[in-house]
Write a protein that binds this ligand. Structure first.
Ligand code: SF4
Length: 329
């Protein structure tokens, strides 16, 4: 398999106020030595609770935020070493779809102008050729020529996300980072948008990094899944293996929490204790240990490495062989 993107030891921390005047500044490690590879044509799902660092990681990859350390190799070239001028042509090849399409669409611009803007910026089309291309893109995402002259507020949430997808596709990128693209949509609309993204993947030869906070959303679209907890990847595995038998207790907890549509099969709700700890003061060793039912003494002392537990299923857990005892799915 050909590698498109390789992220190595990506790091980012943020300074936070100490609260009271004169109290010391603190740092939050938002992304903590995150590494993964994205193969051409695949979909990697990146999942974790809100605040775990997945959206920050996406912004670091695209250099919408500057990393503290690490490497982001895109077609073998380290993006973190490039000047803004050197980045410009590569930006065309890497597009982002946002969670809230409404705030990412300029309310004063007509849809035709919004979708056509990247084509104009990159000098890819003008005049009637540009208009034809925009209409073709609108058609491809399930909208019509009639929508060309309308404004964003005239559309539903699902339609606005289709506009965001058309805009991302306009410059024919090879990588799309979709940051919770369906989280703000109704369940029935979520499935339509995910199906659309799946259809477009083949046709446009796209590679996706698909971010979600819920494992059920990415189940059918992901080839592999990376699970994040407090800035770290704790499991990275082929989707089929992870959904069948996760090797990290946190992945197991997320799967236990997936709602079941069958009322005759009630599920135990998450077995983990407590809330996600603050990133400003994460637990030592394995960050998950205060909440983990499998935890033993070593877990509070050492960081477990992300290791292959067999069949390309990587997990950062000292006791991954025991995982499964608390599963309810
Ligand atoms: Fe739980 Fe320990 Fe594994 Fe962390 S290393 S997930 S605390 S068993």
């Amino acid at each position: 398999m050909e590698t498109l993107l390789e992220v190595r030891d990506l790091d980012k921390s943020f300074r936070g106020g100490g609260g009271l005047p004169g109290s010391p500044q603190r740092r939050m490690q938002a992304v903590d030595r995150v590494s993964f590879t994205l193969f051409k044509g695949e979909t990697l799902g990146l999942v974790g609770e809100s605040g775990c660092g997945k959206s920050t990681a996406a912004r670091l990859i695209l250099r919408l935020l500057e990393a503290d350390g690490g490497q982001v190799l895109f077609r073998g070239q380290d993006l973190l070493q490039l000047s803004p001028r050197q980045m410009r042509p590569l930006r065309r090849d890497m597009q982002m779809i946002f969670q809230d399409p409404y705030s990412s669409l300029n309310p004063r611009m007509k849809i035709g102008d919004i979708v056509g803007e990247p084509l104009r910026i990159h000098n890819l089309a003008k005049g009637s050729q540009l208009k034809d291309e925009v209409i073709r893109l609108l058609d491809r995402v399930g909208l019509t020529e009639e929508h060309f002259r309308r404004y964003p507020h005239e559309f539903s949430g699902g339609q606005r996300q289709r506009i965001g997808i058309a805009r991302a596709l306009a410059v024919r990128p090879s990588l799309i980072i979709a940051d919770e693209p369906v989280s703000a949509l109704d369940l029935s609309i979520q499935a339509q948008v995910v199906n659309l993204l799946q259809d477009l993947q083949q046709e446009f030869a796209l590679t996706y990094l698909f971010i979600a906070h819920d494992l059920s959303v990415i189940e059918h679209i992901s080839d592999r899944v990376a699970v994040m907890y407090l800035g770290r990847i704790v499991e990275l595995a082929p989707a089929e293996a992870l959904y069948r038998a996760p090797r990290h207790p946190y992945s197991e907890a997320l799967l236990n929490a997936v709602p079941v549509p069958d009322p005759a099969r009630p599920r135990n709700r998450p077995f983990v204790k407590g809330e996600v700890p603050s990133g400003f003061n994460p637990p030592p060793g394995c960050h998950f240990h205060p909440r983990c039912p499998y935890a033993q003494e070593i877990c509070g002392q050492q960081r477990p490495p992300l290791e292959d537990k067999g069949n390309h299923q990587f997990a950062a857990c000292f006791f991954s062989d025991q995982v499964g005892k608390f599963r309810t799915f």
